[in-house]
Design a protein around this ligand. Structure first.
Ligand code: ZN
Ligand code: ZN
Length: 306
């Protein structure tokens, strides 16, 4: 009897021990990439198959030859003395979360509208039909920051806010208007072993013109190591770290969108020089404006997607 009781206690204890041993492992794996596709989201694979059915292969081949523009890490980090003073609200504004950050101009799928006193765009605008892909780390970043319930629709609204904020200074004075195509928002569980070059290669193989669109933007939350954005110069694709408003970069993602988008108009990086321009690593987080060289480039190419 006594032995049986002891055996029972040992059995229960060992079961508990095993459960305790398993729990931390489970906790680790569940915080990894197992959140699943958010309800209502189209996956990147589904998007890819829709596009590949009608894609123009010639354009894809051209894309491969586009020059890749690389950003380096040091320039992207805000000075610690500025970060120290930032509140949660400041960070939400940097992240372009709706209710914290308000784009100057809003427009969607060919329809422009006034919303909350925002500027209505005229009909001479160069519309850039944009497909937005959001990965699981970006979704997680959004979900951990947004103050309401995290939904796929909410995440798309956030991505749209980044885009609408990001193209403000391309809309005026250039009339370039990026418009997210709501039917093509898609969700991608980006493989962890892919770096930003791999990710760009992957989206580069998908030709947005196959479905009448112009540009594909990947908003990733995956770390790019020393890189927060990568664009094909004069191409149709770029990616950006949509979580770059958090640790360790603390950068305004609207600026990041604008910087990468400008590469599509043949603007090049100025490096760490003193040119007061968003393409300068020195000033990219302090100005949304362009130098005369970039202004010329964008004016030359502003109609390239018309
Ligand atoms: Zn750049
Ligand atoms: Zn410039």
């Amino acid at each position: 009897m006594k032995n049986a009781k002891i055996l029972k206690i040992i059995a229960v204890a060992s079961v508990l021990f095993v459960v305790m041993a398993i729990l931390p492992v489970q906790a680790l794996t569940s915080s990894d990439e197992t959140i699943g596709v958010p309800a209502g989201a189209m996956t990147f694979d589904e998007l890819r198959s829709i596009i590949s059915q009608s894609a123009n292969k010639d354009t894809i081949e051209n894309n491969i030859e586009y020059e890749v523009c690389v950003e380096t890490a040091d320039a992207w980090q805000l000075p610690p003395e500025i970060v120290e003073k930032m509140t949660k609200e400041d960070l939400n504004k940097l992240a372009c979360l709706p209710d914290y950050f308000t784009p100057n101009q809003m427009s969607t799928e060919g329809i422009t509208y006034n919303s909350g006193g925002q500027m209505l765009l005229d009909e001479t605008t160069h519309v850039v039909k944009t497909i937005v892909i959001i990965d699981e780390e970006a979704y997680n970043y959004y979900a951990s920051n947004e103050p309401w319930f995290a939904t796929w629709e909410g995440c798309c609204a956030w991505a749209n806010n980044i885009l609408e904020g990001g193209d403000d200074y391309l809309e005026i004075p250039f009339g370039i208007d990026f418009q997210a195509q709501s039917q093509y928002y898609s969700y991608w569980e980006t493989p962890d072993d892919m770096d930003y070059y791999d990710l760009l290669d992957e989206i580069d193989g998908v030709d947005p013109t196959g479905v009448g669109c112009d540009v594909i933007v990947l908003m990733t939350g995956q770390s790019g190591g020393s890189i927060v954005g990568l664009a094909n110069r004069m191409g149709h694709h770029f990616l950006m770290n949509a979580a770059a408003s958090g640790w360790p970069y603390y950068i305004p993602v609207a600026n990041l969108f604008q910087h990468e988008a400008s590469h599509l108009y043949d603007c090049s990086d100025h490096g760490y020089d003193q040119t007061y321009c968003i393409m300068s690593y020195t000033y990219q987080w302090q100005t949304r404006g362009y130098c005369t060289g970039c202004t010329t480039q964008i004016n030359l190419n502003c109609a390239r997607f018309d």
